[in-house]
Design a protein around this ligand. Structure first.
Ligand SMILES: C[S@@+](CC[C@H](N)C(=O)[O-])C[C@H]1O[C@@H](n2cnc3c(N)ncnc32)[C@H](O)[C@@H]1O
Length: 258
């Protein structure tokens, strides 16, 4: 299972929630922020049959994959650009709606980034983004970090690198969006599980691919790495259902208007 396919599969339940919340109309011009391999962009393009969808992402391989998939699916009203959404010069007042599936938590300067996105939206344009709630409400993060602790090192401190939980706190997000010129900010609680694979072996493989996991496994001695693997295997096995391994998760759909 490739990473993009794996991520789309992991988020299959979330995808539907975001699609409904975005409510893309047939004439809409849609901007998908941090689009990755572009599943949400392609869906938006299908809904906006008389409009368009642009997906942007800082990752060149993600954009290449997104273009390839859109071409393979014969979509004509979708484009992808490699761009940092925080600073990219989008055409002003071009888009009716900016959507994102977990692509807006990584900005170095969130107020600057959302101000930039706001400028790209038409008057009364909408922002509809899905972001993770706090780490401790996300069983997938709690379980993985608990397992990594079996390596013996501390893993509960500050997270190195990009923080997927950076937009978890509603009052802080409200302030960021207000400072960026948005109003009518609202939060909808999303309680859908993430899917890690059809069986325990596949789920374990998927978790091994997480940056935090692979870093710890690489730098641990074989005995410590074995303990981590065993803990991860047990966490996955405990969540095996008829249709695969599911971990609980909590997200927000954040909506706002310019
Ligand atoms: C968790 S992934 C989600 C990808 C995609 N939305 C999906 O659901 O499949 C986050 C994405 O945000 C992108 N990203 C992070 N910072 C960005 C920025 N400043 N501008 C554009 N994309 C960014 C990353 O490259 C990554 O592809």
């Amino acid at each position: 299972m490739g990473h993009a396919a794996g991520y789309d599969a992991e988020l299959r339940r979330h995808h539907e929630v975001l699609r409904r919340a975005a409510g893309v109309r047939v004439t809409d011009h849609v901007l998908d922020v941090g689009c990755g391999a572009g599943q949400t962009t392609r869906d938006a393009a299908r809904a906006a049959g008389a409009g368009s969808a642009l997906g942007v992402d800082v990752s060149a391989p993600a954009i290449a994959r997104a273009r390839e998939l859109a071409r393979a699916q014969g979509l004509r009203n979708v484009t992808f650009e490699r761009a940092d959404a925080q600073v990219h010069r989008f055409p002003p007042a071009r888009f009716d709606v900016a959507i994102s599936r977990f692509g807006t938590m990584f900005f170095a300067d969130p107020v600057a980034a959302f101000t930039n996105l706001g400028r790209a939206l038409r008057p009364a344009g909408r922002l509809v983004m899905m972001v993770w709630q706090a780490a401790e409400r996300n069983e997938w993060d709690v379980a993985v970090r608990r397992s990594l602790a079996a390596a013996g090192g501390a893993v509960d401190g500050a997270r190195p690198g990009p923080d997927p939980f950076a937009l978890a706190d509603p009052p802080a997000v409200r302030e960021i969006l207000r400072d960026a010129g948005f109003h009518d900010v609202a939060f909808a609680d999303v309680r859908e599980p993430v899917w890690y694979g059809p069986d325990v072996a596949a789920a374990l493989d998927w978790v091994r691919g997480f940056t935090c996991t692979s870093e710890i496994l690489t730098r641990s001695d074989p005995e410590a790495a074995g303990r981590v693997e065993e803990r991860l295997r047990r966490e996955c096995a405990a969540r095996l259902r008829d249709d695969g391994v599911w971990f609980d998760s909590r997200a927000w759909i954040v909506t706002a208007h310019v």
